[in-house]
Ligand binder design. Structure first.
Ligand code: HEC
Length: 171
């Protein structure tokens, strides 16, 4: 190998290095990472509004107001949610729960063909006013802790109003 040939080889190596160096600079200029203000990863998740603060409940609409626009017909359809445990016709049998014919303004936890009410229901006393029915159907266990009625409740105001309008027709 003569020195001329060696020069060519060295030149080739140096040339390659130069090309690499230039590409490296260019790449860094193009793909420069954006500097973050704070170290760490940026995660695009909105913080839950006022974390920890409980969501405000809408003020309760009085059942008397709701009943003004309620439909007993729709309420009869809603009563299917209760039909697994209750009958609604006059003289209907008790099932898991008591027959509910004429329940509006009746004494709580009494009569109903000798239905075996829970101690909690009997202890509550009073009559089934539309207000009480509204609260009970919304959340049975909140209105009467310890009730034997295993039903989560109906949260929709208009649905409960329709249902109570239907119960009012059962006289
Ligand atoms: C899983 C069965 C079940 C379902 C579903 C159910 N109930 Fe009841 N309900 C009961 C039981 C059991 C009792 C008796 C509760 C007690 O003694 O604590 C009861 C009691 C009641 C009472 C009190 C009756 C009285 O004479 O004091 C009312 C009113 C009532 N239910 C309405 C409803 C309505 C309206 C629905 C539908 C939205 C419904 N229930 C759905 C089981 C049920």
């Amino acid at each position: 190998m003569n020195s001329f040939e060696l020069n060519k080889i060295m030149g080739a190596i140096l040339g390659t290095c130069l090309v690499l160096l230039v590409t490296n600079f260019a790449a860094q200029a193009i793909f420069a990472p954006k500097k973050l203000d704070k170290p760490g990863f940026e995660i695009a998740v909105k913080e839950a509004a006022a974390a920890g603060a409980p969501a405000k409940e809408a003020p309760e609409v009085p059942i008397a107001d709701l009943l003004k626009t309620a439909s007993a017909e729709k309420g009869q359809a809603v009563s299917k949610k209760c039909a697994a445990c209750h009958t609604f016709e006059k003289g209907g049998p008790n099932k898991v729960g008591p027959n509910l014919f004429g329940i509006v303004d009746e004494p709580r936890g009494q009569g109903r063909g000798g239905f075996n009410f829970s101690a909690a229901m009997k202890a509550k006393g009073g009559n089934w006013t539309v207000e009480d029915l509204n609260h009970f159907i919304k959340s049975p266990k909140t209105f009467i802790p310890g009730t034997a009625m295993g039903f989560a409740g109906i949260s929709k105001d208009s649905e409960r109003a329709d249902l109570i309008a239907y119960l009012e027709t059962l006289k």
